[in-house]
Ligand binder design. Structure first.
Ligand code: SF4
Ligand code: SF4
Ligand code: SF4
Length: 301
């Protein structure tokens, strides 16, 4: 199959998969792996293909109404002098690493939420603002968020970020797997814009087959590992690389789902610190007062 046809095939496969699976709104809070849809979607990031153009950063911001500036400005490579992390105004960033095997071809690593199969953020959230959707996306409800930031503590990839300047009206930020786009049958914005097929959207199980095939065909090009295949029980976003993943700042994690840790945080709080009803009441009260105050302020204006 030609490169373009293969690309179209995989992209079509991705959109069709999302449409067939229906992407229903029923949420899968802290479910066991056996409850996850076999047809859930994922993305395979091939760091050996990524050229570091950062068009995905621009597309992601544009799709989420974050001021993105001019696309041409993203060719400025001075940003690679510092390692960056996802932020309130950048749900994905691309970092650059040396490639000892080929110094002229550095490795570029796109970073965003991994959309874990067993998300620690979901089980850590005491009000159920986070959810794992059937299509694989981990999303959250801004209106439900009370700003406790347990999700930030629980996430093994340190992904969620927080509006500290709006601490009374909390808002968490992270990649939402372009949930609004994919439920309409569109590709995630970053996947759609990538000019070299470094990021491929499709059913997770198909992507694993694609990744295994690439490793088998090009053993000199890849380390024999798909990052995200088993880490913390598996993630929707998975990576291929020519360098050990720890050297690319991927955390070394076990196969055991991380929610066990976050559930311990919750259980500890509930058992030894404050009963949940009291905690909800306190945080809910703060939210209510804050929103009321804000509404009155807007009325005056
Ligand atoms: S990477 Fe972090 S924020 Fe994303 S789903 Fe996993 S635990 Fe949640
Ligand atoms: S899937 Fe959507 S939200 Fe996530 S990094 Fe890509 S463009 Fe951004
Ligand atoms: S758009 Fe594609 S090639 Fe460009 S930086 Fe993003 S993932 Fe890499």
């Amino acid at each position: 199959m030609g490169e373009l046809n293969r690309r179209n095939f995989l992209k079509t496969l991705g959109v069709a998969g999302a449409t067939i699976s229906g992407i229903p709104a029923n949420k899968l809070l802290a479910q066991s792996k056996s409850d996850l849809s076999e047809d859930r979607m994922g993305v395979l990031v091939d760091t050996t293909v990524c050229i570091g153009c950062r068009r995905c950063e621009w597309a992601c911001k544009t799709a989420h109404d974050i001021p993105a500036g001019n696309l041409e400005d993203y060719s400025d490579e001075s940003v690679f002098e510092n390692m960056r992390r996802p932020a309130n105004d950048a749900y994905t960033v691309v970092n650059r690493y040396e490639n000892p095997a080929d110094p002229r071809s550095p490795l570029n690593v796109k970073v965003q939420c991994m959309h874990c199969d067993h998300p620690a953020c979901v089980s850590a959230c005491i009000v159920g603002a986070f959810s794992k959707e059937e299509n694989g996306a981990v999303i959250w409800d801004t209106d439900m968020c009370i700003g406790c930031r347990y999700c930030m503590v629980a996430c093994p990839f340190q992904v969620p970020t927080f509006d500290y300047d709006k601490a009374i009206q909390p808002n968490i930020h992270k990649c939402d797997f372009c949930f609004e786009r994919t439920k309409e049958g569109l590709l995630p914005a970053c996947v759609e814009i990538c000019p070299v097929e470094a990021i491929t959207y499709g059913r997770r199980r198909n992507l694993i087959e694609v990744a295994e095939k690439r490793i088998e065909l090009y053993p000199d090009r890849y380390v024999n590992k798909i990052y995200g295949f088993t880490e913390v029980g598996g993630t929707s976003w998975m990576y291929l690389s020519s360098r050990n993943f720890e050297e690319l700042d991927f955390p070394k994690l076990g196969d055991k789902p991380a929610p066990g840790v976050s559930e311990s945080i919750q259980h500890g709080i509930f058992a030894y610190f404050v009963p949940p009803i009291a905690l909800y009441a306190l945080l809910g009260g703060i939210m209510w007062i804050s929103k009321n105050k804000d509404n009155k302020g807007e009325g005056k204006e």
